[in-house]
Design a binder for this molecule. Sequence first.
Ligand code: GFB
Length: 326
Amino acid sequence: MYELSGKRVWVAGHRGMVGSAVARRLESEGCEVIIAPRDRIDLERQTDVERFVDETHPNAVIMAAAKVGGILANDRQPVEFLQRNLSMELNVIKTAYDFGVEKLLFLGSSCIYPKLSAQPIEESALLTGPLEPTNEWYAIAKIAGIKLCQAYMKERGARFISAMPTNLYGPNDNFDLQTSHVLPALIRKAHEAKRANLDHVTIWGTGSPLREFLFVEDCADALVFLMQRYEDYEHVNVGSGTDVSILELMTIVAEVVGFTGRIETDPSKPDGTPRKLMSNAKLAGMGWTPKTSLRDGISRTYDWYLTTLQPRPNGSVSTRPTASSR
Ligand code: GFB
């Protein structure tokens, strides 16, 4: 058991969807949450990271900073996804070790697994086959981060662990239609179609791929749980244990939003991997399970969207800047 109470915990990527949820979740653990202001600290610059850690002396680090995005952003910006993620994770993990951080949790993603993995995907499937091409750049960077944590644990005894969340959604997600993941995109499309009285919405691809979704507040809870109770070499899947097709997902989103028109598909856009349901047996075996149903999570995310991303006078909806931290 790693006691968080009284510790100084640096949440790297505190402005992103996951980092902000982790920072909120940590409030009830009696620890001091440390954040690195983005105007002062560039995580892609080693000297910035060293200066920050030297000044703030965190006891623990949750590495939630990443360049993230949906299927098109991943496919179109391979340099950004590979190079920026490698830089950030190397800087944070190496500096954490050099400055004596007691415990570090690194976040990966379910896209680290081979494209055609047996389902549900167990942790041991890592590096057993070729990756999904649309996101191999991001996946390679995340695999490198897991391996770096393992290397520090194996060679130097560092308590650096990794968690692999499934597709996440919730408050502070990115709703930009070109760069977002599917769930915020579908919420925005359904909302705008309803407001404009359109008779249809269009989803990318065939609608047949299956995806697993986890509400970000459940994910944050699981990450704190792992930080406190897990200390081993292998990464741990963090998921909901069930998946839906993208067409089914659009149907649920439409019901929550109140859009009653047709759903059309656009097969010119990529489907990506056909299915990536992760096994959550390892985490469930430790005693953690998610609390939020998909419908409730979508409803809470839509409420957040309505209250936070207000329509402007010209009818457009503001979005967060393109995906920068998860
Ligand atoms: O969430 P998403 O962008 O990424 O797309 P991945 C999931 C599925 O939803 C794909 C379909 O089959 C998309 O074609 N989709 C339908 C849409 N309509 C839309 C839409 O309007 N926007 C988007 N974005 N998708 C990502 C990886 O894969 O998952 C990342 O690229 C990361 O590296 C992340 O691992 C969790 O689930 O395919």
